[in-house]
Design a protein around this ligand. Sequence first.
Ligand SMILES: Cc1cc2nc3c(=O)[nH]c(=O)nc-3n(C[C@H](O)[C@H](O)[C@H](O)COP(=O)(O)OP(=O)(O)OC[C@H]3O[C@@H](n4cnc5c(N)ncnc54)[C@H](O)[C@@H]3O)c2cc1C
Length: 443
Amino acid sequence: MAISAERSVVIVGSGPGGIYVAQALLEKAPGCRIDIIDRLPTPFGLVRGGVAPDHQHTKRVDRKYAVTASAEGVRFLGNIELGRDVSLDELTEIYDSVVLAYGAPFDNRLGIPGEDKAGVYGSNAFVGWYNCHPDFRTLDPGLDVEAAVVIGIGNVAIDTARVLSRTPGEMASTDIADYAIDRIDASPLRDVHMFGRRGPVEASFTNTELKELGALEDATADVDPAQIPDAAPETMEGAELRARTRILGTLRDFGAEPAAAKRRAIHIRFYASPVEILGGDKVEGVRLERTKVENGRCIGTGETFDVPCRLVITCIGSRAEAVSGVPFDETRGIAKHQDGVVRPQVYAVGWLKRGASGTIGTNRIDSYDVTERLIADFEGAPRPGPDALDALVAERALAPVSFDDWLTLNRLEEEAADDGAPRRKFTNIGDMLKALEKAHADA
Ligand SMILES: Cc1cc2nc3c(=O)[nH]c(=O)nc-3n(C[C@H](O)[C@H](O)[C@H](O)COP(=O)(O)OP(=O)(O)OC[C@H]3O[C@@H](n4cnc5c(N)ncnc54)[C@H](O)[C@@H]3O)c2cc1C
């Protein structure tokens, strides 16, 4: 028997970070028992609740994750929250190792006056709303507006601007919330202003995402041609140079495009940093300071301008929050760790470890590294493992959702979908649990 067969690991969070740990354990620690707990009844974290609904090809990674989550020796226990239902100390008593993979879902703040006004939303909340995340289904962002400001020039900012500008026809083959597409379509929104503090050379969006803004059915994208340099800086080379050259080319194409008569327009502007959200209780505009980038540093010029709008969405990254017992780096908003080791027996992966950056694939490399470390650290008498969690779950009358239960929810979502759409999502945990009760009773 492999030594790992006596071992058990619990992974807290079933997003990419956590699932890749399970995958690595299946490959490298045969026989090890793996429990994955998640606070939601649905697995896969931001693949379900963050990745844009019109990027179904990206979401399809969930099929591979399903193979991992349903492999022998792996259990999914949804609807169990670390910090609410079970503590870190309890998990370290039960399992040989605990992997924290609970993400970084709290929006960074701008840190400027007025940001708490009604009508200002963080991207996690806004994206969660259109993606049916149960925490944000009742967000009800005011879309009875003609102008919106999106702060940020990364891919999440592009997702947000694009989803606000798509037509119902374009979204018909997606799993966007019905309430969201109805509200977006009914909105008198004409202008979506995207602002970045830095320039097109520093912007963190990728060309594939950027190009999509130029191919929308009923929205145009424009830039200020004066802000786009003729070429990438000479200091860049290789893949970095090629990628940046493509981005500049796409931006130049936007600039050159004549203003077409379309319903909405996305205006991408660089070198502008928000300094105040204007208005009374509700947002009425954003004051921005013009900036310049010198030696890689972004510097304010002191010159400001105002953009009237009644909706602001900040896409400036996110952070984790401290969970009791987890040492926390307040400055970076991540778990304190050394190469993924939080303390003996406890590890961190994914966005909780690295902060909110990188793609789904970045998590794979990182989770494999941390898992190798974890396996090398196995020592002492094996802990009781999953049976002890089951005892605790029973004692507390918790209602975990198994992976088979998730497959039932998945089937119900697929059956509820309109023609051409992949699924109509549940948006409410109570409805999910009721549907499962009914399915169990009918079985
Ligand atoms: C809006 C948006 C769009 C994105 N689009 C793309 C894209 O198109 N392509 C791409 O490659 N990358 C994309 N990403 C990045 C990608 O989603 C992340 O790299 C990845 O999801 C991070 O994985 P994670 O496991 O660290 O966190 P998450 O995916 O956030 O997973 C964390 C999990 O932990 C659970 N959890 C939280 N707290 C607890 C708790 N206390 N107890 C138990 N469980 C808990 C959550 O419910 C969640 O399931 C996007 C990110 C965002 C925000």
